[in-house]
Design a protein around this ligand. Structure first.
Ligand SMILES: NC(=O)c1ccc[n+]([C@@H]2O[C@H](COP(=O)([O-])OP(=O)(O)OC[C@H]3O[C@@H](n4cnc5c(N)ncnc54)[C@H](OP(=O)(O)O)[C@@H]3O)[C@@H](O)[C@H]2O)c1
Length: 304
């Protein structure tokens, strides 16, 4: 945002990978009114030629007199140099403390670890069954939990499923909330040895298929390919074979488990399809939050 004493003169956001940064959009809206104004940005302005020209030069040229920065950029091409460049030009720079990284956790995670932020979403009956013996799993939870899960989708750059789920459910993997017109995540399918149905709905929404022919696909490598596509926040939606692989490869950063107020009362499919050899091999997690959603529960956890 760009503001003067008279109020807001420009607003902008970064709409997509390789598109102009928020600063460039806000400055172009403000035009001459940016002279002497205050610019408020969530992230330190870039000072290098990447996919777009450096924002610092545009800010200096526009005559902005003060910049309020939500968080410094850990990207090694920036790391304080954007702020330094602005200060060198006589612009007053205020950096918020503590940094507001919660505004875009996937970006900061990616810049620090080199990997996208992976959230594993699971849904099961109260007794831990994720689908019935006949393979049906739609829908285990009730309306409230399903709407909540669609909100999770809306925050993700990509929804990842395994080939088994694509074949069994033909999911659309889009955000379906009444009145929602925002961003749609990109469907990603971890393929395997067996062919994928060409008519699958997710594949017709710019679906990204990773690893045709090899099985199991190297998930670390698949995440790298996703980040090269600009996909930094990844929601893994299963099924149990893929979920087990992500957990075993230690690639789960956060988890969201929806537990339905329902007892399967028998054996269908577990949440993770892999043997559990001993009690010691169980994975410790921190339970961050438990929320009631209508008849169901949402449990947020972080693997330790
Ligand atoms: N309740 C829920 O939250 C939920 C969510 C999703 C799905 N489901 C249910 O889960 C069932 C499907 O699950 P699923 O376990 O059969 O399939 P899946 O986990 O969706 O996909 C597994 C397949 O992905 C391919 N693959 C490639 N690399 C892999 C890797 N590193 N790790 C794991 N898989 C890899 C393999 O395909 P190839 O066999 O071709 O080699 C493998 O068989 C369906 O019944 C669906 O309804 C439930």
């Amino acid at each position: 945002m760009i503001a003067t004493d008279g109020g807001l003169v420009g607003e902008g956001h970064h709409s997509a990978f390789r598109q102009p940064h928020a600063e460039a959009n806000a400055l172009s809206e403000a035009g001459e009114r940016a002279r002497g104004a205050t610019l408020v940005v969530t992230l330190e302005p870039c000072n290098h030629h990447g996919n777009t020209p450096p924002c610092t030069e545009a800010i200096v040229a526009a005559g902005v007199s003060k910049v309020i920065v939500g968080a410094g950029d850990p990207d090694e091409r920036v790391r304080g140099r954007g702020i330094e460049r602005l200060r060198q030009s006589g612009i007053e720079v205020v950096v918020i403390d503590p940094p507001m990284e919660w505004l875009d956790p996937a970006y900061f995670h990616h810049r620090r670890t080199g990997r996208p932020l992976v959230i594993l979403k699971l849904a099961a009956t109260l007794d831990g069954q994720t689908s019935a013996a006949d393979g049906t799993s739609q829908w285990i939870t009730a309306e409230e939990a399903r709407t909540d899960a669609h909100r999770l989708r809306a925050e993700a750059d990509a929804i990842v499923i395994g080939a088994g789920t694509l074949r069994a459910d033909d999911p659309r993997l889009d955000v379906r909330i009444e009145g929602y017109t925002g961003h749609q995540p990109r469907p990603v399918v971890i393929a395997g040895r067996r062919p994928l149905p060409p008519s699958a709905r997710a594949l017709h929404r710019n679906g990204l298929v990773l690893g045709t022919g090899e099985s199991p696909v190297d998930l670390d490598g698949a995440l790298m390919e996703m980040s090269e596509e600009g996909l930094l926040s990844i929601l893994v939606e299963g099924g149990p074979t893929l979920a087990a692989s992500f957990l075993a490869a230690d690639l789960v950063d956060q988890g969201v488990l929806y537990l339905a107020g329902k007892l399967a009362g028998g054996v269908g499919r577990p949440l993770f399809d892999r043997p559990w050899p001993s009690l010691e091999s169980a994975r410790q997690v921190t339970i961050d939050r438990v929320t009631t959603l209508g008849p169901d529960l949402r449990i947020d956890f972080t693997p330790i």
